[in-house]
Design a protein around this ligand. Sequence first.
Ligand SMILES: C[S@@+](CC[C@H](N)C(=O)[O-])C[C@H]1O[C@@H](n2cnc3c(N)ncnc32)[C@H](O)[C@@H]1O
Length: 233
Amino acid sequence: MYRRGRRYSERVVDSEDARADGLLRTPDGSVTAYSARFGEHYSSRHGARTQARHVFVEGSRTHLQGAPRVLEVGFGLGINFRATLADARTRGVPLTYVAFEFDPAPRSVLEAAAEDTNDDVWAAVLASWGAPLTVDHPGVHLDVRVDDVTAALLPAGWATAIYLDGFSPARNPEVWTPAFTERLAGALAPGGVLTTYSAAGDVRRALLAAGLQVTKRAGPPGKREHLVAERPA
Ligand SMILES: C[S@@+](CC[C@H](N)C(=O)[O-])C[C@H]1O[C@@H](n2cnc3c(N)ncnc32)[C@H](O)[C@@H]1O
């Protein structure tokens, strides 16, 4: 049913023009990759790590939570997970992270994108990569579910944060429909925040229709604005 992408090149290049289907080093030094299946990079070409921290960790106020519970649409290369893990480790707070991913990228790509990460939780992710996985370490619980999130059961009223990061509405409309947005809103705990890099009008209207309080926030490098949506407490 799903189109499979071309194989990934495992050589990191510094220029987007040099290779369209491989790994790309972004201006903040972090690495992203191109998905041939969706025709987009996994994270911002203007700074993958910066986007993860700004849009997802800070946009959802996860960096202020005493015990964040994150639900992610699209684990991808784990860039958002690693940014969230680093934040939780630095602050010494427990982290619970549930991510959906229906097309796991090759382990070698995850490894290359995380060349600067030396973390036992990340090592456990790589060790079991490709299959549904659960990692339980002191202070960190991670579930990666290899499922189509649009057909999955979502935990009701659970998430302090939802990272909606499933490629763009133009390339992957299934994860941006009003019906799915409403289901995501139902997975937020009261006061929980859904954040996405998108600032599209249709996405904003779907979030509003789902009963969330929507705000436009300054975007990361390369993007003027992005959306955050809070479930009223
Ligand atoms: C933009 S990338 C995510 C990047 C990721 N958050 C990171 O930090 O590296 C989008 C990911 O969503 C996944 N995806 C798209 N639609 C999905 C669906 N319906 N169910 C599960 N995963 C999906 C894709 O396979 C892809 O890995």
